[in-house]
Write a protein that binds this ligand. Structure first.
Ligand code: GLC
Length: 418
């Protein structure tokens, strides 16, 4: 297929997964609105339908809780075929619509800025409406998920990288006694070898039950949840998003000082995510140690406008080790598994964020290389949820919204380069 046919195929995926005001990640496996998936979808839509892009973000923020938290799943229409559904989360009365009780990586402000920049006239009313909501969400992170300028997560799903090795020590420390009986639905759609294990799942559900027993109280969850890991992806994404929100503040004539303070705090805090080898990785706050891994999140430093010669050297290794980088776990490391979700496979969304950061920091050759290899992977293997980094074989769900969006907005030759 030439790239114009691929552009059309990617647009068709977005249209097919479109439910009116929001877009499913893919049918079957993920039948609701997911937080960061939607932000990527909006950026994809913005390549051919700006109104639809703004609608995606507006619908996403319609689920924001009064405390500022923006849930990771909005259960717009019940679907009994999904687990864990709203009955398991039991967040009734916490937000305006049924939702999960945790958040997800805050990429929305960055894409709101990019969509606004495409057409400021059309976008002005939209950013005026979204601005206070975005600030409230970022403030929630800075209040309840902030440890000395490192952003931590209280559940692996909050970080968006469900079974990343960054969480292993925190997960192993949990004994999931008392987890209610449940039936997984994900493995009915995708081969179990590509998904988290039962040991992971027991702990995912146990952690949901525990936060639920704390009444989803922000202070109690932040203090008492046994799973507390500072996350490079969360920290760099929020750092970047704060800068983008500050740019939107300027466009609107709003006060940006609070945002600038957060940016400064996170820029300093991010250095705490460097492990002994100089790589940014997960830091287990309860046990006080780093994971000692190189993941695709480690390469998001540039997206947060943080320079790192060490990570540039690691990137060259990733280019050498895998035909389709960036693997979510370093090839050859003990925890690498080419198929299992966030323990090896390449994710196009993370590649785009890494590529945007590389370009912003002047690493144009690396940005071009990453974009070219990502484009090749997609043109040979379609728009999958994730890919085997060694062979490019598609894995997980098919016809995936955010992968199609990344093609349209970044990887496709029509996107015009980084
Ligand atoms: C998986 C991913 C998460 C994503 C969701 C929907 O749980 O790990 O990042 O948001 O699927 O695509």
């Amino acid at each position: 297929m030439n790239h114009l046919a691929l552009d059309e195929a990617a647009r068709a995926i977005l249209r097919k997964n479109d439910q009116g005001g929001y877009t499913l990640p893919t049918y079957g496996l993920y039948p609701y609105q997911w937080n960061w998936d939607s932000a990527f979808a909006a950026w994809g839509f913005a390549q051919f339908d700006i109104d639809r892009a703004w609608l995606e973000l507006t619908t996403l923020f319609s689920g924001q809780w009064p405390n500022g938290m923006l849930p990771h799943i909005l259960f717009h229409k019940p679907d009994p075929r999904y687990f864990p559904g709203q009955d398991v989360w039991d967040t009734d009365g916490k937000g305006p619509i049924a939702s999960s009780g945790i958040s997800q990586p805050p990429v929305a402000a960055t894409f709101a800025r990019m969509i606004y920049d495409k057409d400021p006239q059309e976008g002005r009313a939209h950013i005026a409406a979204l601005f206070p909501k975005l600030v409230a969400w970022h403030r929630w992170f800075m209040s309840w998920r902030n440890s000395d300028g490192m952003i931590f997560i209280t559940h692996p799903w909050e970080g968006g990288r469900d079974n990343a090795p960054d969480w292993d020590s925190a997960m192993q420390a949990i004994d999931p006694v008392g987890v209610d009986a449940y039936t997984r639905r994900d493995t009915a759609h995708v081969d179990a070898s590509m998904r988290p294990t039962k040991e992971d799942y027991d702990r995912y559900i146990w952690l949901v039950q525990r936060a639920r027993s704390l009444g989803w109280d922000d202070a109690k969850v932040a203090q008492d949840q046994p799973f507390k890991v500072a996350d490079p992806l969360m920290t760099f994404v929020l750092l970047r998003a704060n800068r983008d929100l500050a740019a939107l503040a300027d466009a609107l004539g709003e006060d940006r000082r609070e945002l600038d303070r957060w940016t400064a705090e996170l820029t300093t805090g991010a250095q705490g995510l460097r492990n002994d080898a100089g790589v940014f990785d997960g830091y287990n706050l309860n046990l006080g140690h780093h994971a000692g891994t190189v993941s695709n999140a480690s390469f998001l430093c540039w997206f947060g406008l943080v320079e790192s010669p060490k990570m540039l050297a690691e990137l060259q290794e990733a280019f050498a080790d895998s035909r389709y980088p960036v693997p979510s776990q370093k090839v050859g490391s003990g925890s690498f598994n080419a198929k299992r979700y966030w323990r090896g496979p390449t994710w196009a969304i993370v590649n785009m964020l890494i590529g945007l950061g590389l370009a912003d920091m002047g690493h144009t050759a690396e940005a071009d290389e990453l974009r070219a290899r990502t484009a090749k992977m997609m043109s040979e293997h379609g728009f999958a949820e994730y890919y085997d980094p060694l062979t490019g074989a598609p894995a997980g769900g098919a016809s995936f919204t955010w992968t199609a969006a990344v093609w349209l907005a970044w990887a496709s030759p029509s996107a015009g380069g980084v």
